[in-house]
Write a protein of this length. Structure first.
Length: 271
């Protein structure tokens, strides 16, 4: 494990994790920062799951939960830390910062300092809070590197998968924690109760494969997304990174190259 500089990714959800995999495959070293109770839905392809499980593997890349003071930039693996405020940025001194939280609004924290910044999706403006932006919207060309302006705006409507959009999402009917009745990878039918939140049922809106479900320790508010049913059914592997994830990850690799951040540059850790 090297303590040299690498790439800091804020947000270890589906796209942040795909970015991490692409960066590691391209020879970069990566640390991902998450919240204490991640809300990741497609947990089998999210390094955020390590916050709950201690370790996880995504697309053949191992990720381990570390205490912030013990984390470093390892070769071929990634460390995940609970650090939503970016406290460890000063110690680790990354070469570049990728905001993969998909908050869809201008970031207020953390401040990575005077290093190259890449934002994923809407909410960022080139030259203001990001040096480059990588598009995440399916219809706008996911993975496209944006040098001026902003990404496509958030429409509030999820991308169409298998001919379905809103119907494939599962949302919390109340505040609380999810009590699942099904597991990721299960086949479900329209009207089936896949879990409960606050004593109220979470019901599948269509037939398909349960591709994602939030962790039962996550704190939910009413209306938040808690799951995802893929209408393509058993043909889908919930452990496989999506085509959109690969495209966005490749876009970040391209963005780093444009910014002159090569995989062979290692910084030092501040005392």
């Amino acid at each position: 494990m090297s303590s040299g500089g690498g790439i800091w990714i804020q947000g270890a959800g589906e796209l942040g994790s795909a970015v991490a995999v692409c960066l590691v495959r391209a020879g970069y070293r990566v640390v991902l920062a998450e919240t204490a109770l991640p809300m990741a839905v497609r947990r089998l392809v999210c390094f955020a799951e390590a916050v709950y499980a201690g370790q996880v593997e995504v697309a053949g890349i191992a990720g381990h939960l570390r205490d912030g003071h013990q984390a470093g930039f390892g070769e071929g693996v990634v460390d995940i830390i609970v650090d939503p405020a970016g406290v460890q940025l000063v110690r680790l001194r990354p070469l570049a910062y990728v905001d993969a939280r998909l908050a869809k609004r201008p970031p207020t924290s953390p401040d990575p300092g005077p290093i190259p910044r890449i934002g994923l999706g809407p909410g960022f403006t080139c030259g203001v809070d990001a040096d480059l932006i990588v598009e995440t919207h399916r219809e706008a060309g996911p993975g496209r590197v944006i040098e001026h302006g902003a990404a496509a705006p958030d429409t509030g409507v999820p991308g169409v998968v298998g001919g379905q959009a809103l119907a494939r999402l599962l949302r919390a009917p109340a505040a609380g924690r999810l009590r699942p009745r099904c597991a990721i990878g299960d086949l479900v039918t329209q009207g089936q109760v896949v879990g409960e939140v606050g004593g109220l049922p979470v019901v599948a809106g269509l037939d398909g494969l349960l591709r994602g479900l939030v962790h039962e320790r996550a704190e939910l508010h009413a209306g938040v997304k808690v799951g995802d049913v893929d209408p393509r059914g058993a043909s889908i592997d919930p452990r496989a990174v999506s085509d959109k994830g690969w495209a966005v990850g490749d876009g970040v690799v391209e963005a780093l190259a444009r910014l002159g951040v090569s995989a062979g540059r290692w910084g030092g850790v501040a005392d």
